[in-house]
Design a protein around this ligand. Structure first.
Ligand code: PDD
Length: 273
């Protein structure tokens, strides 16, 4: 974590930030967050992330004391104070200390600056393996802090030689633990429509691709796809070349996936330089 964060209504030393131990964030796993990157000191797609963060607060019944303009100003000040050229900003709103230890209360807002480590280049060059997992993220469209199941389950991924998981239920795919999922078949790009977080990277990849089918995708379709990839703020676009023991397409990252990654990097440069 970088030296300065926003907590208790002001910019303070990050190590001084505190949370009440009875906060619902801790005792019930109830809270929201969002996370975006800075590129060349600029917060990439900031307004999209603020849209989602403010919507998450409203949908989880957590009062937000700060306006969009105030949040924006705090974020710019934090980037400057932390000299955050390439990094991450994490906004967190806790569930608050609730009189009955259950109902959403008035949460505490934190904004942290972080350094960011991208996956190794080898993973972009060779693609990654996902493990299939029968699971649906609860209230998937809201960016809650509830990742208990995937954090617990992640202890077995490494042994299976996997980078992450792909969730499915009744044969239909949704997303990965912290990323959205796409397939490419005969040049047509598709991504699941339901039980997914509306990823900001997903949104921009859809815009860059121009024509993407947003619809239910079966596991069988994914296994028979020419290409597959996941998208997220921290990975941008990572080719998926294996699901469980099945190779996807040629078993190598495909040209559509790599082309979209390149387009995304160009867009980033256009916006931030
Ligand atoms: N994860 N789905 C889930 C469940 C996520 O947690 C995320 C983001 C995404 C991708 O969304 P975006 O493109 O807006 O980052 C999809 C963040 C990066 C994390 O928890 O580390």
């Amino acid at each position: 974590m970088k030296p300065f964060c926003f907590a208790d209504g002001q910019i303070i030393s990050s190590e001084k930030a505190t949370l009440h131990p009875m906060d619902l964030g801790l005792i019930r796993g109830y809270g929201i967050f969002d996370f975006f990157r800075t590129v060349n000191f600029k917060p990439l797609f900031l307004e999209s992330y603020l849209d989602r963060f403010l919507a998450s607060a409203e949908k989880t019944f957590l009062p937000m004391d700060y306006s969009r303009a105030e949040l924006r100003a705090i974020i710019h000040e934090l980037i400057e104070k932390n000299n955050l050229k390439e990094g991450g900003i994490r906004m967190v709103l806790s569930g608050g200390v609730s009189p009955n230890h259950f109902s959403p209360a008035k949460g505490k807002l934190f904004i942290f600056a972080e350094s960011l480590i991208f996956p190794a280049q080898e993973k972009y060059d060779k693609g990654i393996k996902l493990l299939s997992l029968e699971y649906v993220r609860p209230i998937a469209e809201i960016k809650t802090t509830n990742y208990a199941y995937p954090v617990w389950d992640s202890m077995r991924w490494k042994d299976a030689g996997a980078e992450d998981v792909i969730y499915h239920m009744n044969g239909i795919l949704s997303e990965s633990s912290r990323s959205n999922f796409f397939i490419v078949k005969d040049g047509i790009i598709s991504t699941p429509d339901l039980h997914v977080l509306m990823g900001i990277t997903r949104k921009h990849v859809i815009e860059l691709a121009g024509d993407v089918q947003i619809r239910p995708i079966s596991m069988q379709e994914a296994l028979n796809a020419d290409e597959a990839f996941i998208t997220s703020t921290t990975k941008v676009l990572l080719p998926v070349t294996q699901i469980d023991e099945h190779e996807i397409g040629t078993g190598k990252p495909g040209s559509v996936s790599l082309g979209l990654l390149e387009k995304f990097r160009e867009l980033e440069k256009e916006i931030c330089f």
